[in-house]
Design a protein around this ligand. Structure first.
Ligand SMILES: C[S@@+](CC[C@H](N)C(=O)[O-])C[C@H]1O[C@@H](n2cnc3c(N)ncnc32)[C@H](O)[C@@H]1O
Length: 384
């Protein structure tokens, strides 16, 4: 097994770096200086399964192989040849340079050319260190990425594969589902904990209630899925097993068996409620969430909600961009405002790109700019 410290680059949504940092700290890793959308942490090879299994707000766990200045193709080639990728890639390993970003502040800004140069450098390096003319590339998969920022090239090795928002429970969704990682981060921005009530009145496929139930019970988000690094020789099979057991042992069994439901999901579309229930079933949290078909104007009056004192509304209502146009969404936001006014001691957090939100819901206590996919949104928070 590879000894010594590694630098990890953990990708998250822009603006949510602090949330991810607090998750990383809880796992016991030391933090280093990061950039927008990227958190850096120092750990060991044994942390790769732990990070991938447990992080809720991270998209991808990568190892930083090297970082150097490169302003000419030859400089990139020479420096990439110095990367000790043989520490990870065996003689028959399949290694790909899958992505290179385009940075307008760097001289080398052709993504394709950079990808090709780095791949060539890696071929040269492995042939030399393994003393062979033939690299069969038949075993495992080692996806490298190249990122330029102001002429500094960072070479990373991805340990995750399919993005971490693909937890595996959401096979079906509606037209505009929120990413699981973003939903988890929003929940962590609220005061939510296992003893609090959380309501999503526009729950769609159930992502927010499901992520909340997983957080409340400490269910690790990604123990049941596969990772590209699971086949690598450099991580002992024992480490994957140990990390899986550790993650599963942390599940709050008491919360899972509690009869009282504190998490609610409502939607006007009965088909979405059916899908949300199926997704919750797959995520093993169906018993922790109450789903019901109900328009936003009525949910406050349901017997399960009416008597509640204190809680959180967290939701992404239709934005008007992807689902309905402005004329149809204004009444929906008005209905939300009225419903909120009927609840006692609730905070409300709404993520939306609909810029008239404060005009309809009222002046927010605070807001935060976030990206949901490519869409610029704001999380408007109303604290009681
Ligand atoms: C942006 S989607 C929510 C997506 C959800 N967060 C997910 O991850 O699947 C908005 C949802 O609002 C629902 N909706 C639209 N009008 C509604 C209304 N008047 N009352 C309740 N739900 C409504 C839609 O059916 C849709 O599922």
């Amino acid at each position: 097994m590879l000894m010594g410290k590694l630098t990890f680059i953990l990708i998250c949504h822009f603006g949510l770096e602090k949330v991810l940092k607090s998750e990383v700290r809880k796992l016991g890793l030391e933090l280093a200086e990061g950039t927008d959308g990227e958190v850096r942490a120092i750990g060991t090879i044994a942390d790769i399964p732990r990070l991938n299994f447990n992080l809720r707000t991270c998209e991808r766990v990568m190892i930083e192989i090297a970082s150097f200045k490169a302003m000419e193709p030859d400089e990139l080639l020479e420096n990439a040849r110095l990367c000790e990728i043989e520490k990870f890639v065996p003689v028959d390993g399949e290694f790909l340079v899958t992505k290179a970003n385009q940075d307008k502040n760097s001289i080398l800004r052709s993504s394709q050319a950079n990808q090709k140069t780095v791949k060539r450098a890696f071929v040269d390096r492995l042939k030399k260190v393994y003393n062979t003319q033939v690299l069969t590339e038949t075993r495992g998969k080692y996806p490298f990425r190249v990122k330029f920022n102001k002429n500094i090239c960072s070479i990373r090795l991805d340990t995750t594969g399919d993005s971490l928002h693909k937890r595996g429970y959401r096979i079906k969704a509606g037209l505009a589902p929120i990413e699981e990682t973003l939903a988890a981060a929003l929940i962590k921005l609220t005061e939510f904990n296992k003893d609090k009530v959380l309501i999503d009145p526009f729950c769609g496929s159930g992502t927010i209630p499901i992520e909340a139930a997983m957080i409340a019970s400490n269910i690790p988000p990604s123990v049941d899925r596969a990772f590209v690094s699971e086949t690598w020789d450099v991580i002992a099979k024992e480490e994957w097993k140990k990390a899986r057991i550790e993650a599963l042992e942390n599940i709050n069994q008491e919360r899972l068996t509690m009869k009282e439901i504190k998490i609610f999901g409502f939607d006007i579309d009965s088909n979405m409620i059916r899908i949300a229930k199926e997704n919750a079933e797959r995520a093993d949290v169906a018993d922790l969430i109450y789903f019901e078909t109900c328009p936003v104007k009525d949910f406050w009056n349901l017997s399960c909600i009416k008597e509640l004192d204190g809680g959180i509304i967290l939701s992404n209502p239709p934005y008007g961009e992807r689902l309905e146009d402005r004329d149809t969404i204004v009444p929906i936001y008005r209905d939300l405002k009225v419903a909120y006014s009927k609840l006692k001691n609730f905070d409300m957090h709404v993520i939306t790109s609909f810029e008239d939100t404060p005009k309809i819901l009222g002046k927010e206590t605070k807001n935060r700019k976030l990206y949901n996919g490519m869409i610029k949104t704001y999380l408007y928070s109303y604290l009681h």
